[in-house]
Design a protein around this ligand. Structure first.
Ligand code: SF4
Ligand code: SF4
Length: 665
């Protein structure tokens, strides 16, 4: 485990020089450093809050020089202290490294570094001098060529530039960069940054659950930057992204024709995987069980949140890039994984989704009861009805059981389909609800009644119809490993809620008939496909899985991120027969384990400025309509919102004893 010889982090000084390294207690929070690159130890680590040296013989000056050079390279150049200062610091450190110790030059370098840190406009300039200044404050004597008297050994630097919002995003979209382009009046450049990671920018700009905004450092000042709404803004400016941006000609180099890849499922994971493979020049065919693309995003997300034409238009990108989608082709019914391999596909991505709903498993439950259905079935029927395929009537009192986004979609859709009253029953507290807070609030505004800490115990029926549901109150107990408090039923707390429809939106599963035993693809413990967390490789070589069929019911952005990850793994598998080491992924792991990005201090005061208010249809009007609820923001509003971003870029460097191997990233 990593033992620090010397270093400074968050102002805390570690100095174990002169001690036997085996006597130095390792820091448990740095345990992840041992697993970065097997056989290639991390000798030092530099970041926005300081630095650590783990091995004797590290040339700290060289490490600081490399770090400063990266800062100069990353400076956007908008403010003089950072633009000029980082270059000047780099030059002076280079001179010190080349010509040897010079006290005056070191003093001058220190003054420059302090000026950069104190007067730069954004997080990059404000934080990039911290390792140097920490070293100058506490280990000045180590800033000499060759690392002092310890005798230098070879060292190599790998840098990683990120921000809290980037790390929180499953697809690692460069959020500050796309926001910068909006500030610069270049929305199409901004869209280009997003399209590097996934094809469904307008969809994501509407329905993403915004992990980035939860991590946004602007929360510490007033409110998170409206990252999602800015994404929608740039995507909506381009009316026809698929036609204007994509064509087969934009695929620069083509892979050999025999390296065919089959993607099963045209949901967010499958479309994302196909998109990235097509951009890498692979011949890709997508097999979709239904007659339209989009998976759960199409069927499960109501059009008041995501207009159908937005999703369809983005799915067309696959065709524009030369991919082919076969509709009404269901795995397990029309073909097997074995069949695909026999047909000559060299790799398969399984992005089947998990669209089989779960019932409540309580007394009185009979799947044949009229008025009882799963959330997924309800949303699917509503979707078909709105498409003009079949009809459904909803009326009276509807009870939805569950606390996720599917439950919110069911509740809000039930209102729009004609329900007089909609109740949501959730067994935990409001704070534990997995649904997006905005969705919960929107449902409440529309009149949905919430019953927290309440759980169904029996379904009441008469003559084959649901007539009500018995509910028990729950009490909270200890906090579990996930940070949620356990719940238990209160004795003698039963009450009956009369209803006409009962919707069980408590979870989904993969249709077990989709995978044949001969396919060699194993299921995991929870009933989802088993795959390697890092590579998404399943138990069958050449077959990868991602999205809801692997994660369980998840989010659009996690599914698209899986598609991206699987495309990289498939690319490696087809070229090397194995998936290589991804140093950037390991770097992310280190940063996450070490909580390197979790600082909550600001180097410069930030003026309060609240985020743009997105206009919405009036709740009284919208609750009976499937028209899109949220309205777009104006160019002026987008500019104002973009200017709230603090550009919290941070640079991290690992110093290793041999070069970190290249990867597909
Ligand atoms: S805005 Fe940030 S990155 Fe750009 S020059 Fe200023 S401090 Fe550097
Ligand atoms: S302020 Fe900007 S860079 Fe910082 S976390 Fe928020 S969106 Fe990202």
């Amino acid at each position: 485990m990593a033992s620090v010889i010397y270093g400074v982090w968050d102002g805390k000084v570690y100095d174990n020089r002169g001690m036997d390294i085996f006597e130095v207690a390792p820091l448990p929070e740095l345990a992840g450093f041992d697993h970065f690159n097997e056989g290639n130890v991390i000798k030092a680590f530099l970041g926005d809050r300081g630095f650590f040296v783990f091995e004797p013989g590290v040339d700290l000056l060289e490490a600081l020089l490399n770090y400063a050079a990266k800062a100069a390279e990353e400076s956007c150049g908008k403010c003089t202290p950072c633009r000029m200062g980082t270059s000047l610091v780099r030059e002076r450190l280079a001179a010190l490294h080349r010509d040897g110790f010079d006290a005056d030059l070191l003093d001058e370098t220190e003054q420059l570094a302090r000026h950069v840190g104190q007067t730069s406009l954004c997080g990059l300039g404000q934080s990039c001098m911290t390792p140097l200044l920490s070293a100058l404050d506490h280990f000045r004597e180590m800033i000499v060529p060759g690392g002092g008297s310890q005798g230098k050994s070879p060292q190599y630097a790998m840098h990683y530039v990120t921000a809290p919002c980037i790390e929180a995003c499953p697809a690692k979209v460069n959020v500050p960069r796309y926001i910068d382009y909006i500030k610069d009046g270049k929305p199409s450049h901004s869209l280009g940054v997003i399209l590097q990671k996934y094809p469904m920018a307008a969809t994501c700009g509407r329905v993403c659950v915004r992990y980035c905004e939860q991590a946004c450092r602007r929360n510490l000042v007033d409110e998170a930057v409206g990252i999602k709404v800015l994404k929608r803004y740039v995507a909506d400016l381009e009316r026809d992204i698929s036609r204007q941006w994509f064509s087969p000609e934009m695929v620069r180099s083509h892979q050999p024709a025999h390296l065919r890849v089959a993607v099963v499922g045209a949901g967010p994971a499958g479309l994302s995987c196909a998109y990235h493979l097509l951009l890498r020049g692979y011949p890709v065919e997508v097999f979709e069980a239904r007659d339209e693309p989009g998976g759960m995003a199409a069927r499960g997300i109501p059009s008041y949140r995501l207009p159908k034409e937005v999703l369809r238009s983005e799915a067309e990108i696959i065709g524009r890039l030369g991919g082919r989608i076969h509709y009404n082709a269901r795995l397990g019914r029309d073909f097997t994984v074995d069949d695909l391999m026999t047909q000559g596909f060299k790799a398969v991505f399984l992005g089947l989704g998990c669209d089989k709903g779960r019932l409540l498993e309580v007394q009185g439950e009979d799947p044949n009861l009229v008025g009882l259905q799963t959330g997924i079935d309800f949303l699917l029927k509503a979707h078909e009805c709105l498409q003009g395929n079949g009809c459904m009537t909803v009326g009276g009192v509807v009870v939805v059981v569950g606390g996720g986004n599917v439950a919110m979609d069911c509740a809000r859709s039930a209102l729009r389909m004609g329900a007089d009253e909609v109740h949501v029953v959730y067994r935990r507290a409001k704070a534990d609800m997995p649904a997006d807070a905005e969705e919960i609030e929107a449902a409440r505004e529309e009149g949905v009644v919430f019953h927290f800490l309440t759980s169904p115990s029996r379904i009441v029926s008469k003559d084959g119809r649901v007539t009500g549901v018995e509910l028990v109150s729950m009490v909270q107990g200890e906090t579990d490993a996930n940070g949620r408090r356990s719940v238990a039923a209160c004795p003698d707390s039963t009450q009956t809620l009369a209803c006409d429809e009962l919707i069980a939106a408590i979870g989904q599963q993969v249709d077990e008939n989709s995978i044949a035993p001969s396919d060699g693809v194993r299921f995991g413990k929870r009933g989802f496909l088993n795959a390697n967390d890092t590579t998404l490789a399943t138990s069958r070589p050449g077959v990868f899985a991602g999205g809801d069929c692997y994660l369980g019911p998840s989010t659009l952005i996690k599914a698209m991120a899986n598609g991206l990850k699987a495309s990289r793994s498939i690319d490696d598998f087809l070229h090397y027969g194995r998936v290589r080491f991804f140093p950037r992924s390991r770097m992310r792991r280190i940063i996450a384990d070490f909580r390197a990005l979790s600082d909550d201090t600001f180097e410069a005061p930030v003026e309060n400025k609240y985020r743009v208010q997105v206009k919405e249809l009036d709740p009284e009007v919208r609750k009976r309509l499937f028209d899109e609820v949220e309205k777009p923001i104006s160019t002026e509003e987008a500019y104002e919102e973009a200017n709230r971003c603090l550009r919290c870029y941070r640079i991290y460097s690992v110093i290793t004893e041999s070069p970190v191997p290249d990867s597909a990233l």
